[in-house]
Design a protein around this ligand. Structure first.
Ligand code: BG6
Ligand code: MG
Length: 215
């Protein structure tokens, strides 16, 4: 089956275009170790697609300490500073040829392309990897007040491109993102972990398979 009536793609960033999981893991691990909290890949796995604040609450499930809101904000900021230091290692070579060629081909076929990411570091990541110019619009953690699974980030992306939500296809690796896309009437394609999400309309294993689902 092909979507013959769509006008735009909205891509999640982390885990779809660029694989920052390892950096998030290292940065949370650094903080958790300092606070004496057990933190491993299984916890990190639950943080995919969700906000910083919610991520820290999940990490704190394994802590016996109570932290006030300002303390939590301070720790989250420390994690982010560490994370941003790691992001400086990113370069254009961190984006595969497959991803660049697929985006380029979709643009050539006339689709608008946007980013729809919960991250407040999205623009920095796009700039480090020389990806900014591939996208007609960027909706990220800096222009929303409600994180995924709320659809706000995708609705804003559609608004920025001046297209109807029903004309958009979202590509996501997180369950929260698939849920967000579906609840605002967008088509949702699952990749990576979300390829097993039963709410997704389609699953793909490789990014270039997007070229098979639209004319
Ligand atoms: C998402 C990541 O893209 O962005 C989450 O999958 C992360 O793990 C969230 O918590 C917020 O990112 P940032 O860069 O603003 O801390
Ligand atoms: Mg993601």
């Amino acid at each position: 089956m092909k979507y013959t009536d769509k006008k735009a793609f909205i891509f999640d960033l982390d885990g779809v275009i660029i694989f920052t999981d390892r950096f998030h893991y290292q940065a949370w691990k650094h903080l958790a170790d300092r606070l004496g909290i057990d933190f491993d890949e299984s916890v990190n796995h639950r943080l995919r697609g969700i906000s910083r604040a919610k991520s820290f609450d999940i990490i704190l499930e394994k802590s016996n300490c109570y932290y006030s809101r300002p303390e939590k904000e301070k720790f989250i900021e420390q994690k982010n500073e560490y994370y941003k230091g790691l992001l400086k290692m990113l370069s254009p070579s961190d984006i595969s040829r497959e991803i660049r060629d697929t985006l380029w081909e979709l643009k050539g076929r006339g689709y608008q392309l946007a980013i729809g990411s919960s991250s407040k570091n999205a623009k920095f990541i796009l700039s480090r990897t020389a990806m900014t110019d591939y996208f007609d619009a960027i909706s990220d953690g800096t222009n929303i007040s409600r994180p995924k699974p709320d659809p706000e980030v995708f609705q804003k992306a559609a608004q920025f491109m001046n297209v109807n939500p029903h004309d958009c296809i979202v590509v996501e690796d997180a369950y929260a993102g698939i849920e967000a896309a579906k609840c605002c009437g967008m088509a949702a394609i699952g990749i990576g972990e979300a390829s097993s999400c039963d709410k997704a309309d389609f699953s793909i294993q490789y990014f270039s398979q997007l070229l098979d689902i639209v004319p």
